[in-house]
Design a binder for this molecule. Structure first.
Ligand SMILES: [Zn+2]
Length: 405
């Protein structure tokens, strides 16, 4: 058996182009293109530094690991000079996962117990079963006695998963950032961790509630900058509950930011809120995380027009209903249809909120709850009935959103 047991000896190819991740513009990749090269002369690192991938060129020896691996496997031990992830490299881990050329040494039993995907992938990665001893069979990569498995995907997604498994993502008291929740959801969906998929989706749905009357952060506008990203995420991970609030926020946001493009929507990695929130690693986005599909862009455009048309319908003239001119009800004074005609222009049409034609949901709430109709001459009975109608119109628009998406 060769002293080099890796099947990939092309150390000169850039990892992103080799793995088809050319579109990722912001990810860090292992800096040395020699990271995949293994020689018997160099020795593996025992631990990584805190900011950069740890390459074997630093040559901190780990003789114990080598000896143990050699004894356990009875297979030539090959020095490892690849990029170790600084946090998720456990010296007693029994399997190495490689994602975007970063190496993670972890425990196969935990991955297998949580994921059907990994249960299948790592079936022969258990201690004592990891080594390729059949020279005529397919060559299996082994580093330091551990089978190596390469995953297609993004490192930042995989680290969110490992942080849930081995780190503090599930126990932190800080609010978890949208960045980390989206990474965990993508990872859990892709690699089959149903428990974490539900966990991440539930937390996202708290912020992006599809309940019209909820007091979610989304409805307050705090998460506006992520609206396009939530749509992309929801489509990718089949989290359809997130679509309606995200689309509505984007419809509403567009009027304030009419020139927004995916690039401009891209959130800054260093906003104030990011510092207060829990991020499992440095925030990094790619443009694709915020690029709407052709169909979603068309839906957005249609909703944009629908919102404006509906609000102009509702706001251009006073509500017209028979009860407003009911003579029996208005014996003592002018009927409420006359009162409304007199006050509507100044209280509604000329109001500041009415200018925001793409936010009929908030505007109808103002009509129902934000104007003192009785104080302006409308009788209590008519005011109550009008409020009921505006609330119904509000719910109608919200339900139309569901059928449009
Ligand atoms: Zn009345």
């Amino acid at each position: 058996m060769s002293s080099s047991d890796t099947s990939d000896s092309d150390a000169s190819t850039h990892p992103e182009s080799r793995q088809g991740h050319a579109s990722i513009s912001t990810d860090k990749s292992p800096k040395s293109h020699q990271s995949r090269k293994r020689t018997t002369a160099s020795r593996p690192s025992a631990s990584g530094d805190t900011s950069t991938p740890n390459h074997g060129s630093t040559s901190i020896s780990d003789n114990n690991n080598q000896k143990r691996a050699k004894m356990e496997s009875n297979t030539p031990v090959v020095a490892f000079t690849g990029a170790k992830h600084e946090k998720f490299w456990f010296d007693d881990g029994n399997v190495i996962i490689r994602v975007e050329d970063w190496h993670f040494r972890v425990y196969s039993a935990l991955l297998r117990s949580k994921s059907v995907f990994f249960a299948g992938l790592l079936v022969d990665a258990q201690p004592g079963a990891a080594i390729d001893i059949n020279p005529s069979g397919p060559r299996k990569e082994v580093i330091m006695g551990c089978r190596v498995f390469e995953l297609q995907g993004k490192k930042r997604h995989f680290t969110a998963l490992l942080d849930a498994l081995f780190g503090s993502l599930l126990t932190t008291e800080k609010p978890i950032s949208y960045f980390t929740l989206s990474c965990l959801l993508r990872a859990a969906h892709r690699w089959g961790f149903p428990e974490y998929e539900v966990w991440a989706r539930t937390r996202l749905e708290r912020d992006w509630s599809s309940d019209l009357d909820s007091d979610s952060r989304c409805m307050s506008g705090a998460l506006d900058r992520y609206a396009a990203g939530v749509i992309v995420l929801a489509q990718e991970c089949r989290a359809s509950e997130l679509l309606r609030p995200a689309f509505y926020r984007l419809v509403n946001r567009s009027v304030r930011d009419p020139d927004c493009t995916p690039t401009q929507v891209l959130p800054s990695a260093s906003s104030n809120t990011d510092n207060l929130e829990y991020n499992h690693e440095t925030v990094q986005w790619s443009v694709d995380d915020f690029r709407l599909s052709y169909d979603d862009a068309n839906t957005l455009n249609a909703l944009f027009k629908y919102a404006a048309v509906k609000w102009r319908d509702y706001s251009s003239k006073p509500l017209s209903r028979d009860f407003l001119s009911d003579k029996a009800r208005h014996k003592k004074g002018p009927s409420c249809d006359q009162v409304l005609k007199r006050i509507w222009h100044s209280l509604v049409t000329e109001s500041t909120f009415a200018d925001d034609v793409h936010d009929p949901i908030s505007n109808l709430k103002k009509l129902a709850d934000g104007i003192d109709w009785e104080g302006n001459g409308v009788c209590a009975l008519c005011a109550d009935q009008c409020r009921k109608i505006w609330r119904e119109q509000r719910h109608h628009i919200w339900s139309v959103l569901t059928s449009s998406i």
